[in-house]
Design a binder for this molecule. Structure first.
Ligand SMILES: Nc1ncnc2c1ncn2[C@@H]1O[C@H](COP(=O)(O)OP(=O)(O)O)[C@@H](O)[C@H]1O
Ligand SMILES: [Mg+2]
Length: 287
C-alpha cells in the first residue's frame, strides 16, 4: 500500500488523484456553512485569521497545513466547540444554513447536535456499545420512537453494525481502535446532524482501519456535509472534493498566526494551486 498513516506522513509524496471525485452538481451543493473573515483568539494570541470559506452540502472538504496553523481551531469554531476552551474567542461571522451560530439566542448545544464532531483519538464512553450510540439522543431529549432501530441505523451508517450486532451490550472499550472510531462516528450520527466535523480521525489508526474510515466518508457524504482535518495529503486527495490549505506565519514580534492561504477544488489544489505557498507545501518544500 502506498499511503502511510497520518502520523508518519511527510509532504512531498506524489499524489494519486485517480480516485479524486469531482465536485458534485450545483443542484446538490450550496453552502451548509459559510465563514466570513473569521479570526480565532486564545486570550490575546491571534491563532488564525483570514478564514473566508464555504462548505458545500454533501461534499467532503479537507483542511490541510503544517502543525499549529489553526486547522483544529477553525474546525472547533464551526460548531462552537471553542466555547468550551477558556479564553477562546471567535470574531467574524459563521453561518450555518444562513444563521449566525454565535448570534444572540442561539443554543450552542443545538449547534453541536446539528454539527457533530469526531476527534483524533477514538473516545468512546466506558459504557456498552449500545449505550454509546443511545447517549446523544437521550441527553438531548430527542424524540425517539424506537431506540433499538435508531441505534441500528446509526451503526449501519457507520459501517460497523455487522461487526457488533451480536455484542451490543459489551463494553465499547473492548473494540479495536478502528472499530472504536467508527462507533464514535455512529455516536455522532445518532443525533441526526447535518454536518460532521472530523479532526484527524485516522491519525491513531493503522492503514487498514484508515481505509475503512476513508471509504465510509464517501458514503457519509451522500447524507452529510463533512469537514475533515488531516495532515495526510494523500488522504485529503482521496476523500475530499475541496481542500483548504492553511499555513502559519510569524509577525514582527515572532507571534505565529495561522491563515487560510487557498481553498479550491481538491484536484486543482494538488495539481495546479494558485498560491506559491500551497505549491511549496504539497511538493514538500516545507512543512
Ligand atoms: N486550547 C488552546 N489554548 C491556547 N492556545 C491554543 C489552544 N489550542 C490551540 N492553540 C494555539 O492555536 C494555534 C493553532 O493551533 P491548532 O488549531 O491546534 O493547530 P493545528 O490543528 O493546525 O495543528 C497554535 O498556536 C496553538 O498553540
Ligand atoms: Mg490539530
Amino acid at each position: 500500500m502506498s499511503q502511510s498513516t497520518d502520523a508518519g506522513e511527510k509532504p512531498g509524496v506524489r499524489l494519486d488523484l485517480g480516485h479524486a471525485r469531482p465536485a458534485r452538481s450545483a443542484s446538490r451543493s450550496g453552502p451548509a456553512i459559510t465563514c466570513d473573515d473569521v479570526r480565532v483568539f486564545y486570550k490575546k494570541h491571534l491563532a488564525v485569521r483570514d478564514v473566508n470559506m464555504t462548505f458545500a452540502r454533501n461534499e467532503v472538504s479537507a483542511l490541510i497545513g503544517p502543525s499549529g496553523c489553526g486547522k483544529s481551531t477553525v474546525l472547533r469554531a464551526l460548531n462552537r466547540m471553542n466555547d468550551l476552551i477558556p479564553g477562546a474567542r471567535v470574531e467574524g461571522m459563521i453561518r450555518f444554513e444562513g444563521t449566525d451560530i454565535y448570534g444572540e439566542g442561539v443554543d450552542a448545544t443545538e449547534v453541536r447536535r446539528r454539527i457533530g464532531m469526531v476527534f483524533q483519538k477514538p473516545n468512546p464512553f466506558p459504557k456498552s456499545i449500545y449505550e454509546n450510540v443511545a447517549y446523544g439522543p437521550r441527553v438531548t431529549n430527542m424524540q425517539v420512537d424506537n431506540m433499538d432501530d435508531l441505534v441500528e441505523e446509526a451503526l449501519r451508517k457507520a459501517a460497523i453494525w455487522d461487526e457488533v450486532k451480536t455484542m451490543l451490550k459489551d463494553s465499547a472499550l473492548a473494540l479495536s481502535g478502528g472499530q472504536q472510531q467508527r462507533l464514535c462516528i455512529a455516536r455522532a450520527i445518532a443525533t441526526k446532524p447535518e454536518v460532521i466535523l472530523m479532526d484527524e480521525p485516522c491519525s491513531a489508526l493503522d492503514p487498514i482501519a484508515t481505509l475503512k474510515i476513508e471509504d465510509l466518508m464517501a458514503d457519509l457524504a451522500e447524507e452529510f456535509t463533512i469537514v475533515i482535518v488531516t495532515h495526510n495529503m494523500q488522504q485529503a486527495a482521496r476523500v475530499s472534493q475541496r481542500t483548504a490549505f492553511f499555513t502559519a506565519e510569524a509577525d514582527e514580534h515572532g507571534d505565529r498566526t495561522g491563515r487560510l492561504v487557498e481553498y479550491d477544488d481538491t484536484a486543482k489544489m494538488f495539481s495546479n494551486p494558485s498560491d506559491q505557498r500551497t505549491e511549496d507545501y504539497i511538493s514538500g518544500r516545507f512543512g
